[in-house]
Design a protein around this ligand. Structure first.
Ligand code: ZN
Ligand code: CU
Length: 486
């Protein structure tokens, strides 16, 4: 019997820490990395020639809405094809558990297609993910918006009562005890925009006790972003939780260039508190269609409409012209719907991505008919376009912002590095050719240059196709905390 199951030979290792590339063989046994040795020195049952390739830790997509995609779509091609081996789900305030209402509802439909994929408690949901045998791992945040709908019903345009706040806090506490890794909020969205700072800080209290993280789609990413940052930092402080600001951006033409204000503010706050943020590598964002966002976008593309067929992928200006009405009126007529908004400045995006607090997250929305290309393109785009072609940062640093830094900020034990004893999550890619191919016109397309993707020792993606490996699992905070100490 060979000492190893898989040996990746003669590659250049980017170990995830930012350390300079070095030549080595990497051996895997079971679900672990067992040896990193001189090139040509290791042999195994299954040998993968990585000559001319980079051997990196599997990428961690820290900002996703893949909660139930892991169940509905367990091969997770849109992520495995990018080298992603772990997705952090439940961002922006919306999660699939704990939820006891009989209906899915408009807000929840952002992440849920089938009612049976919702769960009354987190343990039950994690069981469903486990049973689906996904190709990659999932770690799960509990959404404050989901807690609100679950607890307050349809009466959301107010602050929660003390009894409701207590109930939400208890649900969060229970979820964390069952292995959820933290809480997300989305105060920008209608379901949560009436929540006060006090409400969120109160609900978030169990985070400090359990060591869970707090992620925030802030109340404002435009004119009032500095105030929204203060609110976010206050909530994290009061809960005793580490903070990750979601998809950091300065939104709208009048706010272009304001990274000059937000980034120094992050730098300052990071001296006092544990704060980081995620970024996706595009100047367009995507969420539900909102008429108050139309003015600040230079262009709006429709991603889906439940009301009118044939809207997906179309420019709202053209739709309005055809309907003979204003953009606002056209938007009203096709609701409920989703959209892509071109509303960021390229220089801002680059400045955010290269800040010491930045890691990469796609914010892809898995069930959109015509999704934002970030769903299939984020990680190869950072590697190929931003690191190799624009030289925004060296390849080792690009990998670090997708792996070890992300694993540390989200406390994902023994992931994010190519190191003996760590989990066998690996991405082998060609540094000369790696690039995203998904575009705004044709968004569903696997990247180029991603050679082999391994999750927990099983091949999830190989040579442009699904690899058949289905060894992903729900990552449980309680178990990871024990592992980190061991
Ligand atoms: Zn968001
Ligand atoms: Cu999001």
């Amino acid at each position: 019997m060979a000492a190893y199951d898989i040996v990746i030979r003669n590659g250049q290792v980017a170990d995830g820490t930012g350390r300079k590339l070095f030549a080595a063989d990497v051996a895997l046994k079971g679900d672990r990395i067992t040896a990193v040795e001189a090139p040509g020195s290791l042999r195994g049952d299954n040998e993968i020639d990585a000559t001319g390739k980079v051997v990196a830790p599997g990428f961690i997509d820290v900002h996703t809405h893949d909660d139930t995609a892991l169940i509905d779509n367990p091969t997770m091609a849109m992520k495995a094809s990018q080298g992603v081996t772990t997705v952090v789900c439940g961002n922006c305030g919306v999660s699939a558990a704990p939820y006891t209402r009989p209906d899915v509802g408009h807000w929840m439909s952002l992440i849920v297609k089938k009612k049976e994929n919702l769960s009354k408690d987190f343990a039950d949901f994690a069981g469903k993910v486990n049973a689906a045998k996904p190709a990659i791992n999932g770690a799960f945040l509990i959404g404050h918006g989901t807690l609100r709908i679950n607890t307050m019903g349809d009466d959301l345009n107010r602050v929660a009562t003390p009894a409701e706040t207590r109930q939400m806090r208890d649900l969060l506490d229970q979820s964390l005890s069952q292995g959820a890794i933290g809480m997300s909020s989305g105060l920008f969205y209608a379901v949560s925009s009436h929540a006060s700072t006090d409400e969120v800080a109160e609900v978030a209290q169990p985070l400090g006790r359990w060591g869970g993280v707090y992620t925030a789609h802030m109340r404002d990413e435009g004119d009032h972003i500095l105030k929204a940052m203060d609110e976010t930092f206050e909530i994290g402080r009061r809960a005793g939780a580490e903070i990750i600001v979601s998809h950091h951006k300065c939104s709208g033409r009048t706010n272009f260039g304001r990274m000059k204000e937000t980034l120094p503010k992050f730098t300052e706050a990071m001296k006092q508190q544990q704060i980081a943020f995620d970024v996706y590598p595009y100047v367009a964002g995507s969420t539900i269609l909102r008429s108050d966002m139309l003015d600040r976008a230079d262009k709006v593309l429709i991603t889906w409409s439940d009301k009118v067929a044939g809207m997906s992928g179309r420019d709202l200006t053209d739709i309005a012209r055809e309907m003979g009405c204003s953009m606002r009126e056209a938007a009203d007529r096709i609701q409920p719907a989703g959209a892509i908004y071109f509303m960021m400045d390229e220089k801002d995006v680059q400045a955010a991505m290269s800040h010491p607090g930045a890691m990469i997250g796609s914010d892809g929305i898995p069930f959109d008919a015509h999704p934002h290309p970030r769903l299939w393109g984020t990680f190869p785009r950072v590697l190929g376009h931003y690191s190799r072609d624009l030289k925004l940062f060296p390849i080792e640093d690009a990998v670090r912002r997708m792996t070890s830094y992300s694993a540390r900020r989200f406390h994902l034990a023994r992931r994010g590095e190519v190191r003996p004893g760590y989990y066998a999550d690996i991405c082998v890619f060609d540094p000369a050719t790696v690039i995203d191919t998904a575009t705004f016109e044709k968004p569903i397309a696997p990247a180029k240059g991603i050679d082999t993707v391994i999750c927990n020792g099983a091949i999830a993606w190989r040579d442009g196709k699904e690899g058949g490996g289905r060894a992903g699992r729900p990552l449980n905070m309680q178990e990871m905390q024990k592992e980190a100490k061991a």
